[in-house]
Design a protein around this ligand. Structure first.
Ligand code: ACO
Ligand code: ZN
Length: 343
């Protein structure tokens, strides 16, 4: 999964266990690598002559190579020092720093601790910018419009990319809303995770990227954020689905959520129920319901139709395997109206 990849020093390698037999396939690969490098030089030469920068396949490949290696190794954010997982395209002037210091409220980042300390003395934010749309106990959700808070949105994307491998970074934060989850205390509201959502999605995506910061993972916040995204869809009167591809951890969390929500309904429901009805009740897209129930082997194909077959004992077994429910979203505490473009 490439998480936590890093450069290692020679002393860190255990050379005693290296096998000396050279695999022929490896040799073939090395030969073909050399070929491509040679070819690449040729392409580069023609490129200089012709001058088609944007269309150059070699530089594209070079970019892919470049982003393979992690640039920032750790970040400081609030009370935590966090090891990063992946490359994130910070502006070039930050690329020589192994560690970055983030203001946990406005998410501005700096290269030196003293800069952060100076910043903290004058930064007057104590929570994410935008509207608090949910509060229950010490948990709050803030809705941040990327158009109104561009710098915050961009900072959040840089930060999130450090933990998201397969997502391309959107610089166009105008088109997104960010839902930032915070634990609040007398010092302020401390971000623990977030999800982003397109203001208008043609593909009925109700979530673009989701992240729980590593120190807060495995506490149920991921499930809370997923549940929250579906509560927003219900208020919009739409069905939704997360943007693809899902990461390994993303898929695990979604599968767990879908399984629990659907099986809870099937357990309580008397009589027949269709996938459409399940979709209307949960705002989960019909395809996701179908794949979830299929993977649990609760669907049979009879007389040209998908039929849900739910034996109570089987349901209980699956529910147990799906794990804990996580933190509940208390819908009565959500004060929100769907996004409308202001003219
Ligand atoms: N190992 C095994 N299972 C895991 C792990 C793990 N490290 N992390 C989560 N899970 C599974 C478990 O089933 C867990 O339930 P359980 O704790 O009851 O067993 C379930 O996923 C969700 O657990 P939560 O505590 O609710 O989720 P968490 O707060 O850890 O957040 C998330 C999940 C958001 C996916 C987090 O792992 C993360 O931020 N990962 C990095 C970014 C990422 O991959 N995001 C998804 C990309 S896809 C997209 O954005 C559309
Ligand atoms: Zn700040």
């Amino acid at each position: 999964n490439r998480r936590l990849d890093e450069w290692v020093k020679l002393e860190q390698l255990d050379l005693d266990s290296v096998e000396t037999v050279v695999d022929e396939k490896v040799e073939d690969k090395v030969a073909s690598l050399k070929m491509t490098r040679h070819q690449k030089r040729k392409i580069d030469e023609t490129h200089v002559e012709v001058g088609h920068e944007e269309l150059d396949a070699a530089s594209l490949r070079e970019h892919e190579e470049f982003t393979k290696v992690k640039n920032i190794a750790t970040i400081e954010l609030g009370r935590y020092e966090i090891e990063t997982w992946y490359f994130s395209p910070f502006p070039p002037e930050y690329n020589d720093s192994l560690k970055l210091y983030f203001c946990e409220f406005c998410l501005n980042f700096m290269k030196r601790k003293e800069q952060l300390q100076r910043h903290m003395r004058k930064c007057d934010l104590k929570h994410p910018p935008g509207d608090e749309i949910y509060r229950s106990g010490t948990l709050s959700m803030f809705e941040v419009d990327g158009k109104k808070n561009k710098v915050y949105g961009q900072n959040l994307c840089y930060l999130a990319k450090l933990f998201l491998d397969h997502k391309t970074l959107y610089y166009d934060v105008d088109l997104f809303l960010f839902y930032v989850l915070c634990e609040c205390d007398d010092r302020g509201c401390h971000m623990v995770g977030y999800f982003s959502k397109e203001k208008h999605s043609e593909e009925s995506y109700n979530l673009a990227c989701i992240l729980t910061l590593p120190p807060y993972q495995r506490k149920g916040y991921g499930k809370f954020l997923i549940a929250f995204s579906y509560e927003l869809s219900k208020k919009e009167g739409k069905v939704g689905t997360p943007e693809r591809p899902l990461s390994d951890l993303g898929l695990l969390s979604y599968r767990g959520y879908w399984t629990r929500v659907l099986l809870d309904i099937l357990k309580k429901h008397k009589g027949n129920i269709s996938i459409k009805e399940l979709s209307d009740m949960t705002a989960i897209k019909a395809e996701d319901i179908l794949t979830t129930l299929q993977s649990l082997e609760l669907i049979q194909y009879r007389k040209g139709q998908h039929v849900i077959c739910a034996d109570p004992k089987v349901l209980d077994r699956h529910l147990k395997a799906a794990g804990r429910g996580g933190l509940e979203v208390d819908v009565s505490k959500l004060i929100w109206t769907p996004y409308k473009e202001q003219s």
